[in-house]
Design a protein around this ligand. Structure first.
Ligand SMILES: [Zn+2]
Ligand SMILES: [Zn+2]
Length: 185
């Protein structure tokens, strides 16, 4: 498959790489049909992070499911899905509290928490600026879209990061006491 591969500061090349494939029974494979370039991709592109050469960028992804692992029970082949940029298990202590951005299962480094597609320090996962994307725990991480998904992709792809990130920031700015832990304990 083709993918946008980081080869060092300010060097990203479309290359042939091995096809994304099912590696765990809960994985799904998505054929990417829309993906964004994020402001945070620039941190990696410009070489200001520990992002490793040879990795594929892209954490704002949507597309059509082309394969599901044997333990996937909800997501179906052929459905359009949008993938929130954080990769989370859905069952760890943090995920159960709704803090999926600090998932403890998907981050292999014990000193860190949280995972994402094609992102520095967020686990080994490849990004979606590629023809195919492996999505771990597909039943948890894929938001299944309705009948208008194909024609409204430029809207729905915004749900991967840009729109909810801005919405969350606005919520936090306007109602600080309702977000995050209560400082009074
Ligand atoms: Zn982003
Ligand atoms: Zn988790």
């Amino acid at each position: 498959m083709k993918a946008a591969v980081y080869d060092g500061p300010r060097t990203v090349t479309v290359k042939d790489v091995p096809d994304a494939k099912i590696e765990h029974p809960c994985d799904i494979i998505v054929k990417i049909t829309a993906t964004n370039i994020c402001g945070s991709d620039l941190h990696m592109y410009e070489g200001r992070t520990s992002f490793e050469s040879g990795r594929t960028l892209g954490h704002e992804n949507m597309g059509q499911v082309v394969e599901v692992g044997p333990a996937v029970s909800k997501v179906q082949v052929g459905e359009y899905v949008v993938l929130p940029f954080n990769i989370a298990c859905g069952f760890c202590k943090q995920c159960e509290r709704g803090l999926t951005n600090y998932c403890l299962t998907m981050q292999p480094e014990p000193d860190l928490a949280g995972a994402a597609y094609g992102f520095a320090d967020m686990g080994p996962y490849q990004g979606g600026q590629a023809e195919l994307l492996r999505v771990p725990y597909g039943d948890f991480n894929a938001l299944r879209l309705g009948e208008d998904a194909a024609e409204r992709q430029s809207d729905y792809v915004m749900l991967a990061d840009i729109f909810p990130t801005g919405y969350h920031a606005t919520e936090m700015a306007t109602r600080p006491s309702s977000s995050g832990p209560d400082p009074s304990g």
